[in-house]
Design a binder for this molecule. Structure first.
Ligand code: DQQ
Length: 549
């Protein structure tokens, strides 16, 4: 099985006139999209450009709202990454597909809106979906929302399904930027979930090809039961047939399946690495693996790709090099009033590469391309770390940096790195390993004194410790790579676990970096701190100059 995300496997490099006309003729022209207006709408661009919490090397829209990554695709030498975009700062606002392109996975140019709701089956939103090349034509499949937040419960109570699946095709497959997309006349290609399932949701299609057939999984779930990834197949990408569940969640005490959100698997993503099947779901950035036969996944093991509650709605693609590249939405961790006041919310994670580890589970690392951002660096000499170590390292600080560190944990109970720290430690974020609990952790309890970062419920908590089980063999050092980009922190540990977090120190000088060890002595083996180059000079990540490479 290969997921066709790359033109190398299709005839896309030269779509024939006949193919193009047959595709174009069968579409309804997309609405006249106010692309420039929407993405160019920067009421407070000055304050955005000067907002020290806005990241500088992460992809995001010029302003307003971003959530899920959608339809990553490698086509004619360009990476295309779409994302859920809204003109208001709210997850319940009407969603569009924002569109960005890159030649190196790192520098992005925002092109504008690829998909906008139009009267009909996506009138209240173009939600999450996928992109593939079908007979040489880049094609999107996504969920159309016909409900608004207020009408959803009512609609479902009346047995009305408020979600549809729709297809859109590139208006000009010879345009490497794929600027314009047309919704096909046959939409919706699916208008309701199977009758046998009392679905609490039915969205976020993900597609792949096996032989001549397309397969699609759609996120679903039943109250009291839990998540279900439904499986469909098609020969022509227009007419889809329901087969059976690809996988069904096992009873899980960690999620409350009596509530619609707990009962649903959003954003399923399915692929094989060296023939081993992996089903990713949004909840907990979790994945399931086991065996795949008769188009059913028999689950044997599960893991998590990112252990931070900041990350959600993971999505992958296979790139031209055959790598499995992963992204997720990094949500804000401050109250919505603060987000609205800032004029922006939501950041795309850094691209990561997933690999098959010897133990059959997924390894996760930042893509090597990120090294292109490295500028000056400072190496820190090997040293002992204990309770008497200084709070901060001398002559090194920053919030647009990468830290590479190797620590011997010694007899310490906890050891790690302190970032975004004020000189007096009044604000600081800790990332480290707890040898007793055998856990990697990110502790944002003291990250900010801003009251806007205090509240939050359950897994949507804004500040506090979060952890990931991680076994280090006796004597195995803790190896961390930490990317700090203003309010974003992404940590990678020993190729085994990753952690995303968001922090908003009130003190602009909370830029310090330190080492800590508690309950014993640890030892620094090696440490380098790299200054990273922003991908845009004004924190807007939208300028055309980004693409001049
Ligand atoms: N966000 C999308 C849905 C998806 C959810 C709407 C996950 O399609 O289920 O913006 O964050």
């Amino acid at each position: 099985m290969r997921t066709k995300t790359d033109d190398s496997s299709g005839s896309a490099s030269g779509v024939t006139r006949r193919e193009f006309i047959s595709v174009a003729g069968a579409t309804v022209a997309s609405a006249v999209l106010p692309v420039a207006d929407l993405m160019g709408e920067l009421p407070n661009s000055k304050s955005l450009a000067n907002d020290r919490h806005r990241p500088r090397f992460h992809l995001m829209p010029p302003s307003q709202w971003l959530n899920d990554p959608n339809g990553p695709l490698h086509y004619k030498g360009r990476y295309h990454l779409f994302y859920q975009y809204a003109r208001e700062i709210s997850n319940f606002a009407t969603k569009y597909w924002g569109h960005a392109i890159s030649t190196d996975l790192i520098h992005w140019k925002n092109l504008g809106i690829a998909l906008a709701p139009t009267p009909g089956p996506d009138k209240n939103g173009c939600w999450t979906g996928s992109a593939v090349v079908v007979n040489g034509v880049p094609t999107l499949i996504y969920t159309g929302g016909t409900w608004s937040t207020s009408s959803e419960r009512e609609a479902r109570a009346q047995g009305i399904n408020p979600e549809r699946q729709l297809v859109a095709v590139a208006a000009d497959p010879n345009d490497p930027d794929l600027i314009k997309w047309n919704k096909i006349a046959e939409n919706p290609v699916l208008d309701s979930p199977p009758d046998s399932i009392k679905a609490v949701g039915w969205r976020d299609p993900a597609v792949w090809k096996e032989g001549d057939n397309w397969y699609m999984t759609i996120g679903c779930g039943e109250l009291g039961v839990g998540g279900i990834a439904l499986l469909y197949s098609s020969k022509d990408f227009r007419s889809w047939k329901y087969l059976h569940p690809l996988a069904t969640g096992k009873p899980d005490p960690r999620v409350d399946a009596s509530r619609p959100f707990g009962a649903m698997w959003e954003c399923p993503d399915f692929f094989r690495l060296d023939e081993k099947p992996f089903l990713l779901v949004a909840t907990g950035n979790r994945y399931f693996t086991g065996t795949y036969s008769d188009h059913r996944l028999q689950q044997q093991n599960e893991g998590r790709i990112d252990f931070g509650s900041a990350a959600y709605a993971q999505k992958t693609m296979e790139d031209a090099k055959g790598r499995r590249i992963w992204w997720a939405w990094l949500r804000e961790k401050r109250v919505s009033d603060a987000q609205v006041a800032a004029g922006w919310a939501g950041v795309m994670s850094l691209p990561r590469v997933l690999t098959l580890r010897k133990d059959g589970m997924l390894g996760v690392d930042p893509v090597p391309e990120l090294k292109v951002l490295r500028r000056g660096h400072k190496t820190i000499p090997a040293q002992k770390i204990d309770s008497s170590s200084p709070l901060l390292l001398k002559d090194v600080e920053g919030d647009c940096i990468e830290i590479e560190v190797e620590l011997e944990l010694g007899d310490s109970r906890q050891a790690g790195v302190r970032v975004r720290a004020a000189v007096d430690g009044s604000e600081q974020t800790l990332i480290g390993y707890d040898s007793e609990k055998r856990e990697l952790f990110s502790d944002t309890s003291l990250s900010s004194k801003d009251a806007a970062t205090e509240s939050g419920l359950g897994f949507r908590r804004n500040r506090g410790p979060e952890s990931a089980p991680m076994d280090l063999k006796t004597g195995e050092p803790l190896r961390l790579r930490i990317f700090v980009d203003a309010s974003v922190i992404e940590t990678f540990a020993n190729g085994k676990a990753s952690f995303s977090d968001r922090v908003y120190p009130m003190n602009p000088a909370a830029l310090g970096i330190g080492l800590f060890a508690k309950g014993g002595t640890a030892r620094l083996r090696a440490m380098t701190v790299w200054q990273l180059a922003p991908i845009s000079s004004d924190r807007m990540t939208s300028g055309a100059e980004l693409f001049e490479k």
